[in-house]
Ligand binder design. Structure first.
Ligand SMILES: Nc1nc2c(ncn2[C@@H]2O[C@H](COP(=O)(O)OP(=O)(O)OP(=O)(O)O)[C@@H](O)[C@H]2O)c(=O)[nH]1
Ligand SMILES: [Mg+2]
Length: 350
């Protein structure tokens, strides 16, 4: 899963990207920056207390920092930007809520960005409609279904409503939306990038962003990218001290990763052993077999069963042996729907 950082130039995407991934990015480039951020997860620490591993491996978030294009850019520049946005699974829309010489216009900025994205989708929808109309004429049933979806899409977009706002798409309709790569159908997490003096996001601007997000089926987090960049430079002790003095409980990657997981519909399971304790992200509703596949395709192919328990069982019973003796170790088949917080041993044979 890749999350694209999107927003007008100067809203703080690269600043945020660097602080989250630890990657220093020099100067302006038209190419996106790619990086990986570790997702902090308190359960990893809990599991490791009971099953001490050689290493702890958090789940990760792939971030793509997509350079903004100024409104009114030429078509080539704009298309380059849109192509990058089409490739990500979710959009993290960074909104400038800090005043740096320029007055803040959070809602106006969102509208300027969203208008570009909506127009881009509308163009795709129009040419796709032409094509599907021709195919449907020859009686092609699938083309007719596509036409129906495209009709709904055009209706929304013509009202400047993002496609995601309609929440009753069926699975087959969603598949069609995905095949066209509609940008406004992607899940969105707004990041209100606030001034260092407003880390709680109490001022008007982040509040408005939150309201807008809620009314359009998106999530929101409040972050001060500049402050995060400063935090990222510190060692653990100094960072904790600075967080505390700011009244923050953790660096921004925490709320950001949870927000992204939420909009993407992801959940976590864990593998635990002497070698490593590790967190894995999977879509909510994924089966045990699919979860095995997220680790290795061999595990999915040769899946026999999953032995699992919940993190809470480990807290209660302290060891896997005690969990087994208490009858809490479950043996699940390939169709088992993974639950958030499952700790799993996959048995497989290839
Ligand atoms: N005061 C303040 N300044 C910030 C904050 N976040 C970013 N900035 C400043 O805003 C300027 C632009 O930040 P960038 O991170 O380069 O913006 P960008 O979104 O990557 O811009 P493009 O790559 O051009 O699309 C830099 O000078 C940052 O230091 C913030 O939270 N507070
Ligand atoms: Mg940048």
């Amino acid at each position: 899963m890749e999350i694209g950082l999107v927003g007008l130039p100067g809203c703080g995407k690269t600043t945020l990207f660097s602080s989250l991934t630890g990657k220093q990015v020099g100067g302006y480039s038209e190419k996106p920056n790619l990086g990986v951020a570790n997702i902090p997860d308190p359960r990893l620490g809990i599991i490791s207390q009971f099953i001490p591993p050689q290493k702890i491996v958090p789940a990760t978030l792939k971030l793509v920092d997509i350079p903004g294009v100024p409104p009114g850019s030429d078509a080539k520049k704009l298309n380059g930007f849109l192509e990058h946005v089409r490739q990500v699974d979710a959009v993290c829309h960074v909104v400038r809520c800090f005043d740096e010489g320029m007055p803040v216009d959070a809602l106006g900025d969102i509208e300027r960005m969203d208008t570009e994205l909506i127009l881009a989708d509308l163009m795709v929808a129009e040419s796709a409609t032409d094509k599907a109309t021709r195919t449907a004429r020859s009686g092609d049933k699938e083309a007719r279904q596509r036409l129906e979806v495209l009709g709904k899409v055009s209706e929304l977009l013509n009202e400047t409503t993002p496609i995601r706002q309609r929440d009753d798409w069926t699975d087959s309709e969603r598949k069609i939306l995905k095949s066209y790569g509609f940008i406004t159908a992607k899940p969105v997490l707004f990041v209100a990038n606030v001034d260092e003096s407003d880390v709680a996001g109490d001022s008007d601007h982040p509040r408005k962003v939150k309201q807008l997000a809620e009314s359009t089926g998106a999530g929101t987090v409040v972050v001060s990218a500049k402050l995060e960049a400063e935090l990222a430079e510190l060692d653990d002790a100094d960072r904790d001290e600075m967080l505390e003095s700011l009244g923050l409980s953790e660096p921004a990657i925490g709320p950001l990763a949870r927000g992204a997981s939420d909009v993407l519909g992801l959940t976590s399971f864990y593998t635990a052993g002497e070698k490593e304790v590790r967190a894995w992200s999977i879509p909510i509703g994924a089966s045990a077999k699919e979860a095995a596949g997220s680790i290795h395709s061999d595990m999915e192919r040769g899946f026999i069963r999953a032995e699992c328990y919940h993190v809470d069982d480990l807290v209660n019973f302290k060891t896997e042996k005690a969990i087994r003796e208490a009858g809490k170790l479950r043996s699940e088949g390939k169709g088992y729907v993974m639950q958030d917080g499952d700790v799993v041993h996959f048995l497989f044979n290839v």
